[in-house]
Design a protein around this ligand. Sequence first.
Ligand code: 5GP
Length: 346
Amino acid sequence: MRIEYDIKLGFKDVMIRPKRSTLKSRSQVTLEREFKFLHSPLVWKGIPIMAANMDTVGTFDMAAALAEKKLFTTVHKHYGVEEWNTFTSNIPKAYYNYIAVSTGISRSDSEKLKGILQHMPSLQFICIDVANGYSEYFADFVKRTRENYPNKVIIAGNVVTGEMVEELLLSGADIVKVGIGPGSVCTTRVKTGVGYPQLSAIIECSDAAHGLGGQIISDGGCSSPGDIAKAFGAGADFVMLGGMLAGHNESGGEIIERNGKSFRKFYGMSSSTAMTKHIGGVADYRASEGKTVEVPYKGEVEPTIQDILGGLRSTCTYVGAARLKELTKRTTFIRVNEQENQIYSE
Ligand code: 5GP
């Protein structure tokens, strides 16, 4: 046994220090970024915020709404080839740059991925997603996927430490997804004791990835636009959101009416709700590692996106970053013991 004594930080442990700036207005800030990838020849332009591949977040409806604004969706893995066919035949080709097909690492997952990409070869992004990205089998799966799809952009995760980011990038991933345990409907830290505070995970993993020419996604734990700004400030190239995009028209999830109020069901992909829905129950050798909650119905996702992007532009003006790309360089975090004043709630 060994203990690391330096304290790892989460979003709640820091704030971003304001800096003198020449920017006059938030409207001068551009949030679009352009990325070249480590393996894929694709060049991507857009706003690097992503909807999570959960079936109560990363739906086709969400993908269409976010692509319209040049934001990205990792579409959940439970749609069949036919459903993909119908979806892609109804959207402009330009949207394809903002959509990833998600897959697990079982044989049936990779067969389905093959079917989808055979029918729709213009789809450019593959998201290989497992809860625990530390297994040798996972890295081998990434390697095989890279051999089969040399030109696609491959996202792989989740991990939280630099050495594993490097291993996945060297195995063929272009972008590594970072986060174990911070998610709003995640119970991994409670069930297993395993995890890593997200801000430190981003700082350490982005350093490792950027050293090799790769990118990272900060996945999970953002509960406000300020957290998204902190994730970018810490070095994330992309930020993935679950709970913040749940509960909208586009999100999916059963609608529940109670006492004249509407809610939408939102659950973790390792919750017993998800496992019952997709694989007929929780296998007898494992525990549920996700919550099932009801979130207040929030209407269309568009105003939420505007709120997030407005907050982010404002962060950039506070530190003098004319482009989102400059935010990390201009960020100084201060350690704090307080966040917002909670005397009133909206
Ligand atoms: P949020 O933005 O809601 O805080 O986090 C979303 C992320 O939580 C997802 O992208 C995914 O990585 C993670 N997640 C989703 N479902 C589960 C689950 O059932 N268990 C765990 N451990 N993590 C989950």
